[in-house]
Design a protein around this ligand. Structure first.
Ligand code: C5P
Length: 273
């Protein structure tokens, strides 16, 4: 008896920090979409908990209760053997660990024929609720308020330059914590109206992340210079950045060219839903 779930990369197309609660957590207003690249989680009923990490990004990923997959599975109260096939860079602003946790909850729900316990979401981190939706959504509160959206698919290139930017440090380096919310999404006008709107939104964590790791600015400049790039921005607290293109072919061409010039960066073309 096994069950498998895909853990797509989470991309914050916009991420506004709108305030800070007394407990230190920040209030967010974010537009999130999910890529067709990601990790895969498989769970199998077993007599005790175990976690095996495979795949090109397995190195350094914890195989015990430090891993969010393990903690997500434990909320069901039934031991499982978990296999995590890791393709996404960790701690990279694209929700790797959170999406793995959400996929584990989906796989466990299927294996045990029951929905995941809602209180599971309280303990697994701010990005997990939106990752359980796994398609376009507006995320607010501290990440706990999720409103699913219908948006046109977006074609993107993701680039991670391989530097660590710990999320708490980025939030700490943020000078202005009360910023305006996102404006209302356009209801008409198609892809161009959406992009015009997106240009007027921000990632408030981008300037502090660049201050901590200036290479992020180089990644953004490099993405902006690729043919057909419509918008380039950082996702989450970084360091992964994305650029949007009119079609998948343009994204694939840009990704190929970038890989030639920057062989040490993690670069992938993808489609966001
Ligand atoms: O919830 P998660 O473990 O993903 O968050 C990592 C860190 O990011 C938190 O410890 C906190 O410093 C910061 N954070 C925040 N406000 C949020 C989400 C995360 O300050 N809404």
């Amino acid at each position: 008896m096994t069950s498998t779930a895909f853990a797509p990369a989470k991309i914050n197309l916009a991420l506004h920090v709108t305030g800070q609660r007394e407990d230190g957590y920040h209030l967010l207003d974010s537009l999130v979409m999910f890529a067709d690249v990601g990790d895969t989680v498989t769970v199998r009923a077993a007599s005790e908990m175990s976690l095996c990490v495979t795949g090109p990004r397995a190195e350094g990923v914890p195989t015990d209760a430090r891993n969010l997959c393990w903690r997500a599975a434990e909320t069901f109260g039934c031991p499982v053997a978990i296999t995590l096939d890791k393709h996404l860079p960790a701690m990279a602003g694209i929700g790797g660990g959170s999406s793995d946790a959400a996929a584990t909850l989906r796989a466990m729900a299927e294996l045990h024929h029951r929905p995941f316990p809602r209180q599971a979401l309280d303990r697994l981190g701010a990005d997990v609720p939106v990752c359980t939706v796994a398609h376009a959504a507006r995320m607010s509160g501290i990440g706990d308020v999720v409103q699913p959206l219908v948006l046109p698919p977006q074609h993107a290139v993701l680039v991670n330059p391989g530097v660590d930017v710990p999320t708490p440090q980025v939030f700490k380096a943020l000078t202005q914590k009360r910023n305006p919310e996102m404006t209302a999404l356009p209801e008409a006008g198609g892809a161009d109206a959406f992009l015009d709107w997106l240009h007027k939104q921000r990632n408030d964590l981008q300037p502090p992340a660049i201050a901590l790791q200036p290479v992020i600015a180089t990644v953004l400049d490099t993405l902006r210079a690729t043919p057909g790039s419509r918008l380039a921005r950082m996702s989450g607290s970084g360091a992964t950045c994305f650029a949007l293109y009119d079609d998948r072919a343009a994204a694939e061409t840009a990704a190929r060219a970038l890989r030639g010039t920057w062989p040490q960066w993690w670069i992938t073309a993808c489609t966001l839903h």
